[in-house]
Write a protein that binds this ligand. Sequence first.
Ligand SMILES: NC(=O)C1=CN([C@@H]2O[C@H](COP(=O)(O)OP(=O)(O)OC[C@H]3O[C@@H](n4cnc5c(N)ncnc54)[C@H](OP(=O)(O)O)[C@@H]3O)[C@@H](O)[C@H]2O)C=CC1
Ligand SMILES: CC(=O)C(=O)O
Ligand SMILES: [Mg+2]
Length: 620
Amino acid sequence: MIRRALDCGSLRSLSLSPVCGVRPNLPDPEDEKAMELYKLYRPERITPAKRGIELLKSPGLNKGMAFSLFERQYLGIHGLLPPAFMTEEQQAYRIMLRIREAPNDLARYGILDALQDRNEKLFYRVLCDNIKELMPIVYTPTVGQACQQFGSIYKNPKGIYITINDNSISKITQILSHWPHQDVKAIVVTDGERILGLGDLGCYGIGIPVGKLALYVALAGVHPEWCLPVLIDVGTDNQALLNDPMYTGLRRNRVRGKEYDRLIDNFMKAVTKRFGMDTLIQFEDFGNANAYRLLDRYQQKYCMFNDDIQGTASVVVAGLLASTRVTKKKLSQEKFVFLGAGGAATGVAEMCVGQMVTEGLTEQEACERIFMIDIDGLITKKRANLSERHQKFAKDLPDTRNLLEVVKTVKPGAIIGASTVAGAFTEEVIREMAANNARPIIFALSNPTSKAECTAEAAYKYTNGTALFASGSPFANVELNGKLFKPGQGNNAYIFPGVALGVVLFKIRHIDNELFLMAARKVAESVTEKSMNTYSRIYPRLKDIRELSIKIAVEIAEHCYRNGTATLYPEPEDKEQFIRYQVHTVDYEELINRSYDWPAKDKQHGFPIPVMKRHSMDDE
Ligand SMILES: NC(=O)C1=CN([C@@H]2O[C@H](COP(=O)(O)OP(=O)(O)OC[C@H]3O[C@@H](n4cnc5c(N)ncnc54)[C@H](OP(=O)(O)O)[C@@H]3O)[C@@H](O)[C@H]2O)C=CC1
Ligand SMILES: CC(=O)C(=O)O
Ligand SMILES: [Mg+2]
């Protein structure tokens, strides 16, 4: 993907200017009221206790050659760095050069991974300023490849590992206390059983919480030191990993049942004991058997959500709501066929029901419009042992495993794939959708790209350009009959960063489903007419997510103060301004607190930055 950008755009495409509006607002120093609010919630910066080489080895503090002469002398690093000075822009430029020259995406992942270990600010600076180009590296699809090869690429720890051998609250609390940051406010946790659509990757799944939390920072401005990735290792049933000499996890089959439940229970208790009751816990990539079960068990007790269920539901409903502006049909007037009936698909189906009910249908009428297919075929009333969740979607139709047959019978307005079955939306299925709909909705949500139910090209080609298409992992633009299509990424990355930002900043203690429906509506209303009418794209641009996250956070904060679940007091009057004061900045800050009697700010050293044209990938 990036290789191509290099080939056609070469170095002239290098971006030096920030594109995501990342900077937090600083109040006008003359405005006393604004300064007071700013200082009330934001602690004073303190000159770090670390000095010398120890400081340079701290990724949260290190600025490399961007340290000024004054900082170098004051902090005991003078002479430990090459004598030249560089700005953050120059450093970012160097890194982007290396990234674009790397032979493949996994190598790019390695460069970014090493940068995160070395200089956190610069890592986020580079990521934020090149989000469209680099999100596919730190997130799906490349993160999937990184997880699969984690044994050979592992360098430095970036999270906490809790195993079935640590199964007590005190042991887990002890482990959590080893994490160097005290002020953890958000955790992403997986047990590695369903990593993207790649299945059970056991301990190698740690890449997913690390990647999701990188997006907390890059797409919502959550502070990196508030974030903790966690891998729960109960073994793996992946025989290839058990045979892999490089495997980094416990070499045993998965523990299930009571012991497993006790471990998760102990983990939840230990987290709240160590970091407080309002610590946000995002469940990620748990297997089908545990995802909903754990959500049902903990949703009312802890500040938690399941991203694959609720985040996915929200982003898909957002895409469907945006599509209504093109199809001119409400959700409640459409029929939906889901391929896959696991956590993601069922979460989406349930939120569609919620939306249809707000549009005036009864729950039963809404469920009648939703058809679900799992590995055993269409979910029908004849199916034995259906879960309560799936019973309401069961239909009085003949059993079939044939998606085309279902599409021919039901004539849905939308097909939504969350099945991990690559290519399941065949040419015949897509053509049938086009035959029945002026603007067929086709969502191939399975990740990574290799698992997508169809490609963007197939969706546009077999519908003669009428498809409203979205995919979980990014696809390149498609040109068809002289028209340019820009496929949207139907990925929960539009949702979880903003929800997390709202939750951690306003100390929201309970995350109900309503928040995700609100987030969905915010995303849908942010899609521009130009995006839809010119490019058939029903999601906002990736570079707009940061602003979107702020809007989502404001929306959910207003709601949570009304229902009493937001517990930050005094309640900020202007919530948007409050958020803008709080978000993490990717600009270097001076490490020395000069509120003492230091001489006037020393002059910034540096050489002129080469002028480059703006990069063409982060276009409209
Ligand atoms: N775009 C996004 O934002 C997101 C995408 N996803 C992606 O969605 C996919 C599924 O995730 P999730 O629901 O959590 O996983 P689950 O394992 O919970 O569900 C997978 C579902 O697919 C079904 N399935 C498997 N094989 C077939 C088949 N041949 N025909 C029909 N159905 C089949 C399974 O059936 P059975 O239950 O009978 O085994 C199950 O219902 C993954 O690839 C994941 O990466 C997930 C979350 C977010
Ligand atoms: C995007 C995501 O959460 C998944 O594929 O699991
Ligand atoms: Mg996931």
